[in-house]
Design a protein around this ligand. Sequence first.
Ligand code: IGP
Length: 271
Amino acid sequence: MADYLTDIVAYHRRRAALDDESFTSLLAGLDAIEPRPSLRSALLASAGLGVVAEFKRRSPSKGWFVEPETDVATRVSAYERAGAVAVSVLTDTPHFGGTLADLERAAQHVELPIVRKDFIVDARELLRARRAGASAVLLIAAALQPEEVASLAGVAHDVGLEVLLEIHELSELELAELAAADVVGVNQRDLTSFRVDTDRARRVLAALPPGAARLAESGVRGPDDLAGLVGFDGVLIGEACMRARDPYATVRALVERGASVHQDLRHHESV
Ligand SMILES: O=P(O)(O)OC[C@@H](O)[C@@H](O)c1c[nH]c2ccccc12
């Protein structure tokens, strides 16, 4: 049986093969579009463990988190008011129920840095991300050949996008250098099985490259799960933010705990 990641990436490769819009036409006028604020800077500047709150309508393993017609603007505005340092928007349609229009609408409603969360295998999607208002794009190490990581990251940087390189295994870390990644994300969810290991980020933390911002991803159910992520610059939280009846209160509680987690660490260092 094929795994989730293989199926999803195969879909995106087929789609790219059928895409007849040219790179050059998508590039036209792009440099006139104002760059968005930096994800890396927002993470590094955050007082504690910064919360990157995600807009994810559904997932392949868990189904819908919200009504399909849920408006992205209301929710990401609540994330912003609650003190999230950035917003992540899923734009994959068949598996996660998102669209690039969701990202565009989010970008019109918040000032925060925005990450385009998708399974990007084709450089034209980078140009579309930039046009829609993304600050950064996700590149998934496990979905790409090393030379694809290098070339996609190069194009992303050329058009003013930051690169969030997602790894799962330590063996993928050398790609962070190859991509000159601005942010390295450690996904605690294995994208082949969608199983979560909530200790994974903590275990690989010490090996992460010093230049990039460090983001722990997936599996955080609430504030109590943040203590183990001390040392990261930020944490990416999707399902818990999406299932929340009151996204403002939920994100606020996560933000407050995220800040205090680091105060604890500073306290330990000074004694
Ligand atoms: O809903 P969670 O467990 O809080 O996870 C959020 C985010 O990490 C997850 O959506 C994610 C991480 N990497 C991805 C790659 C593709 C799609 C989705 C993801």
